[in-house]
Write a protein that binds this ligand. Structure first.
Ligand code: G3H
Ligand code: 13P
Ligand code: ZN
Length: 322
C-alpha cells in the first residue's frame, strides 16, 4: 500500500468510535518503533513531521524513512502529515515533497486571516491530492517557536467552527479543549494532587467538544497536546539522573472518551521523547562502559514500540482497523 491521505481513515474512525494516533517522527528508531507497533496491531497510523523535525533530520531523510516504513509494512494505511505548518510556502513544499496531509496552523492569527490562509492552503492541497488540518483556538505550551503560557490559552469558540469549515474547505479541525503541548501541561496551581503527591490536571472541556460536534456533524476533530506523560517514564528519568519535577499530561481515560466522540486524530510526541529518554538514561546508568549507540537505541526503540502499542489498544482503540 502506498502512502494514503487521512480521508478514509477519519471516516472509518468517526463511524467506529475510535481515533488514529498521529505520532511525531524525528529519526529512524522512532519511525520503526511506531510502525512496527501499528503493523503488529493492524492499526492505521499517521506519521507527522514538524518544522523542527525537518530542520533536524532534513525533509528528504524523513520522507525516505517513511517510504521505507510503508514498504516494510504494506498491510496498514500510513499517512505522512506536516505538523503545525506556519506558512503557505512550508505547506506547499511538503505537499510537493510527498506529504499526503498538512496542517496549516494559523490559530494565533485573527479569525479572518486564519480563514484566508487556510483557504489558500486547502486550494493548493486539494488540487494536488493532499488534505488539510486547520486549527481554531490556542493551546498552552510550546508549538515549534510559539510559546503560550498556561493561563493564556483560549478554548475554541463553538459558534465559529461552522463558518470556519464552510469558508476554508478544510478536511479536519484541531480544537482547544484543555490539552496542551509538552511534558508540563499544567502548572501545579491549576491541578490538585492525589494521595501519592502526583498532580491531577483539570478535566478536558467535553462541553466545548460536544458543542463543536453539534455544529459539524460527521466532521473529524483533532486533539493536539495529547501525551499522557506516563509517570513510569517520568520516574525513570528522575531515578536515573534526570530532573522533571511535576511533569503532567492528559489522563488516558479522557482521551479514550474523546476518541469515542468526534475526535479522529490524537497527537502524541512528548510520550515518545519520555519513553526514549527514560530508557536511555536507565541504560547508561546500568551499563556505564557501553558506548555503541545501537546498544542504547535498541531499548529506546523497543520502548517507543511498547508505548505506541499501549496507546493503540487502550487509548485510540484503532487496533484491528487497518
Ligand atoms: O507540537 C509540537 C510537536 O511536539 C513538535 O515539536 O516542534 O519540537 O518538533 P517540535
Ligand atoms: P504532546 O506534546 O502532548 O505530545 O503533543 C504533541 C502534538 O500536539 C504535536 O502536534
Ligand atoms: Zn501540536
Amino acid at each position: 500500500m502506498a502512502l494514503v491521505t487521512t480521508t478514509e481513515m477519519f471516516k472509518k474512525a468517526y463511524n467506529g468510535g475510535y481515533a488514529i494516533g498521529a505520532f511525531n517522527v524525528n529519526n529512524m528508531e522512532i519511525v520503526q518503533g511506531i510502525t512496527e507497533a501499528a503493523s503488529e496491531l493492524k492499526s492505521p497510523v499517521i506519521l507527522q513531521v514538524s518544522k523542527g523535525a525537518r530542520a533536524y533530520a532534513n525533509h528528504k531523510y524523513l520522507v525516505k524513512m517513511v517510504e521505507a516504513a510503508v514498504e516494510e509494512n504494506p498491510d496498514i494505511p500510513i499517512a505522512l502529515h506536516l505538523d503545525h505548518g506556519d506558512s503557505f510556502e512550508l505547506c506547499k513544499s511538503c505537499i510537493d515533497g510527498g506529504f499526503t496531509s498538512v496542517m496549516i496552523d494559523a490559530s494565533s492569527k485573527p479569525f479572518a486571516e486564519n480563514i484566508e490562509l487556510t483557504k489558500k492552503v486547502v486550494e493548493y492541497a486539494h488540487a494536488h491530492g493532499a488534505v488539510v488540518e486547520a486549527e481554531l483556538g490556542t493551546l498552552a505550551g510550546i508549538e515549534d517557536e510559539v510559546v503560550v503560557e498556561a493561563g493564556h490559552e483560549s478554548y475554541t469558540r463553538p459558534e465559529e467552527v461552522q463558518e470556519f469549515v464552510d469558508k476554508t474547505g478544510c478536511d479536519s479541525l484541531a480544537i482547544a479543549i484543555g490539552t496542551s503541548h509538552g511534558a508540563y501541561k499544567f502548572t501545579a496551581a491549576q491541578c490538585t494532587r492525589n494521595a501519592d503527591g502526583i498532580l491531577v490536571p483539570p478535566p478536558l472541556r467535553f462541553d466545548v467538544l460536544e458543542e463543536c460536534m453539534k455544529r459539524l456533524p460527521g466532521f473529524p476533530i483533532v486533539l493536539h497536546g495529547s501525551s499522557s506523560v506516563p509517570q513510569e517514564f517520568v520516574k525513570m528519568v528522575n531515578d536515573f539522573g534526570g530532573s522533571m519535577p511535576d511533569a503532567v499530561g492528559i489522563p488516558e481515560e479522557q482521551l479514550r472518551q474523546a476518541a469515542k466522540l468526534a475526535v479522529c486524530k490524537i497527537n502524541i510526541d512528548s510520550d515518545i521523547r519520555l519513553a526514549m529518554t527514560g530508557n536511555i538514561r536507565k541504560y547508561f546508568a546500568e551499563n556505564p562502559s557501553h558506548f555503541d549507540p545501537r546498544q542504547y537505541l535498541k531499548p529506546a526503540r523497543q520502548a517507543v514500540k511498547d508505548m505506541v502499542a499501549h496507546k493503540i489498544i487502550n487509548v485510540l482503540g484503532s487496533n484491528g482497523q487497518a
